[in-house]
Design a binder for this molecule. Structure first.
Ligand code: SAM
Length: 101
């Protein structure tokens, strides 16, 4: 299955991000992964945590997980974002630079 969704406003979001700084990002509505893929391919990513409540998103995340060990999709609702991120046991010095919804 191919993701035919065109990410909305990705160029605008990209234009706000530095290309020379390592970024930690949460993609809170992963969907078909258009945003996550763009971040991983175009920026220096420390951690990219993706969230989506739809189990179908796992299908699209698989390829990215295989290619990037700094990427992880969590299935859940973004209203639970604090709990979902806390469960990941991320080093408490880690700060997120961007959360996209
Ligand atoms: C338009 S798609 C996102 C597309 C994605 N940005 C891309 O580039 O492929 C919206 C996604 O948000 C997810 N979503 C909607 N409400 C959500 C919620 N409360 N928590 C987590 N995911 C949610 C849906 O399951 C859907 O996959």
């Amino acid at each position: 299955m191919e993701n035919k969704h065109i990410p909305v406003m990705i160029e605008e979001v990209k234009s706000y991000l530095p290309i020379d700084k390592e970024l930690n990002i949460i993609d809170a509505t992963f969907g078909g992964g258009g945003y996550s893929k763009t971040f991983l391919e175009n920026f220096k990513i420390g951690k990219l945590i993706a969230i989506d409540r739809d189990p179908l998103s796992n299908f699209f995340a698989k390829k990215l997980s295989e290619k990037y060990n700094n990427f992880k999709l969590i299935n859940g609702c973004f209203s639970e974002i604090d709990n979902l991120i806390e469960k990941e046991n991320i080093d408490n010095k880690t700060q997120f630079d961007l959360i996209v919804f």
